[in-house]
Design a protein around this ligand. Structure first.
Ligand SMILES: Cc1cc2nc3c(=O)[nH]c(=O)nc-3n(C[C@H](O)[C@H](O)[C@H](O)COP(=O)(O)OP(=O)(O)OC[C@H]3O[C@@H](n4cnc5c(N)ncnc54)[C@H](O)[C@@H]3O)c2cc1C
Length: 463
């Protein structure tokens, strides 16, 4: 058995966050027919923030949350727990896409994270939320220059960051692969399961009625209301928020804008004090590397390392079926890259491996809109950066339902839609071609013709 195979041999196919928790449905499925002022479809972070916000603005409202599986079964209970202030998938991407609104977007993103922090403290949600920032590491020669440009951009836009030489980066976190680093102090880390279940409890305390194991199978206009059908019942609602992320959407138009991509993650066993000493990393900040295909990694409260990303996979026909989450090749590649980054941890075993679906749009930020005469609103497409921005997305969906003109709804990001993805089979081919072009840029440092053309049309990833 190879070293990598041995390291993976005992890894269980379940998110490390779920370890020691009784994860599953805590409420009964909906049976029978009822009415509500607001139905929220999907009880991940977006849906839960939507329910909480709606009840805070009008505590008398009847809010019903319908969840196909259980709270935190989707991306919200499986992610890396990086809490980002950015609403634009990074400053560089925001600068390329919405330069005139960037200052507003930065401020709104800062306020959003501050308000999440305040809420978590006020509700006493024990989610290990730490605003410790992160460091982006260059591991290829050309990425050093890219970090320098990113640093300059941060300076110009008032974001505090420190450029680290290779020696400084390696002194902070001891990996021989680091050639430079960019330490930023905004955002932080959270335990995603604890955050999501904490929000569930906060929503229920405020009066939301939650039904798990209750997929909405159909959405129909019924006079002045919208009928949400489920396998054993229905809810007739004045308004509906769709917070269904990358899962098969209830509106055909969402299918054109959102593409489900599988992301894979590993977690190590808890490190011993000697192993911890061998890697340094005393700030316990989040880490990422600087390529298009990048790893995100972090320490947990019990001193494991969670190591994810890099190998995002799209399956033909938007396949989100659970079996897709067990792609051995992706876990092997991740493990190889982990041991190459931290050769001093070659004795450390992986205890967990899991995957989740990321809702990707062609502009890497969510798409918002309404349907059924303004009675249904949606917020989907966070493209792997929704732990914090899902709260912002939920607020936009509620603003749209209320017909409100707010600073949020005035953003171009809300008023304009991303370029739609083509239907299959062109969709699959386009994704593979783009992935190959991004991988080539990672190796050569040069942005090829295809990517430059896409940049001009506001498609793809500029950061
Ligand atoms: C592996 C992974 C790592 C990630 N890491 C990070 C990170 O470190 N930082 C970050 O900011 N973001 C990260 N993300 C992205 C982040 O997790 C998501 O953007 C965020 O959780 C989205 O929340 P959501 O509520 O919109 O979606 P979800 O949490 O997926 O919730 C959607 C819910 O809708 C339910 N649903 C779907 N269809 C129906 C239906 N018809 N009826 C009823 N219910 C339905 C689903 O069961 C699901 O529970 C990561 C994502 C993944 C998969």
């Amino acid at each position: 058995m190879s070293h990598v195979e041995a390291g993976l041999a005992g890894a269980r196919p379940v998110p490390v966050w779920w370890e020691g928790h009784d994860v599953g449905a805590v409420t009964e499925p909906l049976t029978g027919d009822r009415t509500a002022d607001l139905v929220v479809v999907g009880a991940g972070l977006t849906g839960l923030w939507a329910a909480i916000t709606a009840l805070e603005s009008d505590p008398g409202r009847t809010v019903v949350l319908l969840e196909a599986a259980h709270v935190a079964s989707g991306a919200s209970g499986r992610n890396g727990g990086f809490v980002s202030e950015s609403l634009t998938h990074g400053l560089a991407h925001g600068h390329a896409m919405w330069p005139d609104e960037l200052a507003t977007l930065q401020r709104l993103g800062r306020e959003n994270v501050q308000e999440i922090d305040d809420f978590v403290a006020a509700e006493k949600i024990d989610a290990d939320l730490r605003l410790c920032g992160k460091t982006t590491m260059a591991t290829r020669g050309h990425e050093v220059e890219a970090l320098r440009s990113m640093h300059e951009l941060h300076q110009r836009h008032g974001e505090r960051s420190v450029l680290l030489s290779g020696e400084q980066a390696r002194a902070d976190v001891r990996s021989p692969t680091y050639l430079a680093g960019l330490r930023t102090h905004s955002g932080g880390l959270v335990d995603p399961l604890a955050l999501t279940t904490g929000l569930r409890d906060a929503a229920v305390r405020r009066g939301a009625v939650l039904h798990e194991e209750t997929p909405v199978v159909d959405l129909q206009r019924a006079g002045n209301r919208v009928l949400c059908r489920t396998p054993r019942g229905s809810v007739r609602a004045d308004q509906v928020v769709l917070a269904t992320n990358a899962f098969p959407p209830l509106l055909r138009r969402i299918r054109a804008f959102v593409l489900p991509v599988w992301d894979h993650v590993l977690a190590t066993e808890p490190l011993t004090s000697t192993q911890l000493e061998s890697i340094g990393w005393s700030d316990r900040q989040g880490l990422t590397d600087a390529g298009n295909q990048f790893h995100y990694y972090r320490r947990t409260a019990d001193d494991r390392i969670v190591w994810g990303g890099y190998d995002a996979i799209y399956y033909f026909g938007n396949d989100t079926s659970a079996g897709r989450g067990q792609r051995e090749a992706s876990y092997r590649l991740l493990a190889e890259q982990f041991y190459a980054t931290f050769p001093q941890l070659d004795e450390v075993s992986m205890t967990h491996r899991w995957a989740g679906v990321i809702d990707t749009t062609s502009r890497f930020t969510p798409v918002f809109g309404t349907a059924h005469g303004g009675r249904v609103a949606y917020a989907v497409g966070y493209t792997g950066l929704g732990v914090a921005s899902s709260r912002f997305g939920a607020r936009i969906a509620l603003d749209l339902l209320g017909g409100l003109d707010t600073e949020r709804t005035d953003l171009s990001m809300v008023r304009r839609r991303p370029v739609p993805f083509p239907p299959e089979p062109v969709r699959w081919a386009a994704v593979q071609t783009t992935r190959a072009a991004l991988a080539r840029q990672d190796i050569s440092g040069r942005r090829g013709g295809l990517l430059r053309t896409m940049d001009r049309f506001g498609v793809g990833f500029n950061s």
